[in-house]
Design a protein around this ligand. Structure first.
Ligand code: M6R
Length: 596
């Protein structure tokens, strides 16, 4: 979703820092971009389209200044036009503002401002902010006080940054939308996400809801709503800037798929003891839940479905809920532990669900990738999945790391009957995943079916979430219709859609009764002439009914889910590549969905 970058102290380089920062935020998804610099007058440039369109715009008359803010916008109020792009300005042109989130009371504020004589140039909710600052300045407030006055009138979610002509400072505030400061020896940065300034510094300060920041060339100050200075810890991020580059891969998604063995190793490092048949998840082992409710969205919801099954297998009642539904139609929680599964830790729906659970007195746990994220800070407990930064909008390595981490959680808080076997399989996951990456024939399968009219994915038990995720991955980056089903559900409706032009991907692992039932489902689609692609470890006889086979190593069914998913990621990637899609930034989608 929208991204913010700000820079103070990089004289002569401010514009480059801003544009570079914006390019690092592209992965969040956006449809317009802009910058504002001050120092030699306030100059703003913005346009609909991509960062390259903005670069072209900047070439004519590059703005200069010692202080600047930049923004990538993902439309919520009004279409992606030049006018709606950020930064937004007041009537005098002395104030420029960028904003992530949604200002819920913007219409009434706008009505009041228009009635008072202000002229608006855009459809956005954001534009009320520079006009509110303008009013406060006109009333005699200094720039910082004017900014605070404007923020005090806002309701909703926001990360806001503003610059005022004649003042070499950035003023910022956050509520429900992430904002982080970058601290360097001779410069300060501000961003919605660390990659925006990670090339310049690894020292960061995370703002909390309700906090303000003021950045000047010689100081950074964080304060609360009353203006009291807040002492903040300076953290060090533990990943390299190169991790946010493509390292020679054509797309971030492909790079991230290939990073999965390492991501899994990182997730498991120091947490599994194969000899003892135990996992070490620190204090989380003391959680001893009598019930678990997972809340999550999208890919993370599929991980949550899988996690709930693991806990149920160990005798703990557990359910996965779509966070957006849970937040408004919250089920009885009782003593359940509420677990938010969220790669970014910033997904608004998941945060809402977790907040509702907390409001009702529940204990909460965040399973997340991002240290210092809102979910990590707001929940009572955190389990980091340690996947490293994921740039591609399509979640890949974070999904497999979520699955691995949820195994650790299930093993750590329950007396899992087959803990030793599961741990042994987890230990093999990185090398088993590498084996798939080395030998997969997914590219030729993808080429063969790239023109199909629709795609179906079926699985049962552990492989059901994998089927759902296979379909989501394919649809989001190919723009083709794809659905995942529990194998048993096929004949209750979806079978009507199955034809010789709808490949069915069947995830069949093991050779137990569940596998036999899924092979039965495969026969049902084969009888309707659908091409069948079996993702299998070769233990069942599914290959007899399959047109194509994607092999995974034999392993425990829980680990098989991770491996089958890797094959389906590759199918989605190669199909999208074949169709020439925008793989890393699919249309209409954002990496981090920070609005409900
Ligand atoms: O950051 P989160 O894990 O909370 O994100 C939730 C979904 O928006 C996300 O998983 C989305 O479905 C994926 N990017 C799809 O690949």
């Amino acid at each position: 979703m929208c991204g913010i970058i700000g820079s103070v102290g990089r004289d002569g380089e401010t514009l480059d820092v801003l544009v570079h920062g914006l390019s690092k935020l592209e992965y969040r998804g956006y449809d317009s971009a802009g910058v504002a610099l001050t120092g030699d007058g306030l100059q703003t440039r913005k346009c609909a389209g991509e960062i390259d369109d903005l670069r072209a715009e900047l070439e004519h008359e590059p703005p200069a200044g010692v202080v600047g803010i930049g923004h990538t916008r993902w439309s919520t109020h009004g279409p992606p036009t030049d006018e709606n792009a950020h930064p937004h300005q007041d009537c005098t042109g002395d104030v420029a503002v960028v904003h992530n989130g949604i200002i819920e009371n913007y219409q009434s504020l706008r009505d009041e401002l228009v009635a008072a004589g202000h002229t608006f140039e855009s459809d956005t909710d954001t534009e009320v902010v520079p006009h509110l600052i303008e009013d406060a300045l006109a009333d005699g407030a200094g720039p910082e006080a004017a900014f605070r006055s404007a923020i005090s009138k806002l309701e909703g979610s926001y990360a806001v940054a503003a610059v005022v002509d004649g003042t070499e400072a950035i003023f910022a505030a956050r509520n429900d939308s992430p904002l982080v400061l970058g601290i360097d020896d001779d410069a300060y940065y501000l961003a919605s996400d660390v990659p925006a300034f990670r090339d310049h510094t690894d020292r960061v300060v995370y703002l909390e809801d309700g906090e303000f920041a003021t950045l000047r060339a010689d100081e950074w100050i964080v304060s609360d709503g009353t203006g009291e200075t807040v002492e903040k810890a300076v953290n060090t991020v533990d990943w390299d800037p190169e991790e946010t580059g493509k390292s020679g891969y054509e797309h971030f998604m492909l790079k991230e798929i290939h990073e999965q063995p390492r991501a899994l190793r990182q997730c498991l490092r120091g947490r599994v003891d194969e000899l003892a048949g135990e996992v070490d998840i620190g204090d989380l082992a003391d959680l001893s839940p009598t019930g678990v409710q997972f809340v999550a969205c999208g890919t993370s919801y599929h991980a949550a479905l899988y996690g709930a099954q693991l806990l149920r297998e160990a005798g703990i009642p557990a359910q996965a809920f779509l966070a957006s539904e849970y937040a408004t139609a919250t089920p009885p929680i009782g003593d359940a532990l509420v677990v938010g599964v969220t790669q970014s830790g910033e997904t608004a729906d998941t945060l809402s669900a977790l907040r509702e659970a907390r409001r009702r007195g529940a204990r909460t746990l965040a399973v997340t990738n991002v240290v210092g994220s809102t979910a990590a800070r707001e929940c009572d407990h955190v389990l980091y999945i340690r996947a490293g930064p994921e740039i591609g909008v399509a979640a890949t390595k974070t999904f497999v790391s979520q699955l691995a981490a949820l195994n650790l959680l299930a093993l750590g808080v329950t007396n899992c009957p087959d803990a030793r076997e599961t741990i042994a399989a987890l230990r093999e996951l990185p090398s088993d995943t590498q084996a798939i990456l080395d030998d997969s024939t997914a590219e030729s399968v993808a080429e063969q079916y790239a023109d199909a009219s629709a795609y179906f994915f079926i699985g049962r038990e552990h492989q059901y979430p994998v089927a759902l995720e296979g379909a989501l991955k394919l649809k989001e980056i190919t723009y083709k219709h794809a659905e995942g089903f529990a194998g048993g559900e096929l004949k209750h409706g979806p079978l009507a859609l199955v034809t010789d032009d709808t490949p069915v991907f069947a995830v069949v692992t093991g050779d137990d009764a569940t596998a036999t039932k899924l092979v039965g489902n495969v026969k049902e689609v084969e009888a309707r002439d659908a091409p069948v692609v079996a993702v299998t470890d070769g233990q069942s006889d599914v290959e007899r009914y399959a047109d194509e086979v994607l092999r995974i190593p034999e392993t425990h069914p829980r680990a098989a889910a991770v491996l089958a998913n890797v094959q389906l990621q590759l199918v989605a990637y190669h199909t999208a590549a074949r169709l020439g899609r925008s793989i890393d930034k699919p249309r209409n989608l954002a990496k981090s969905v920070t609005v409900e």
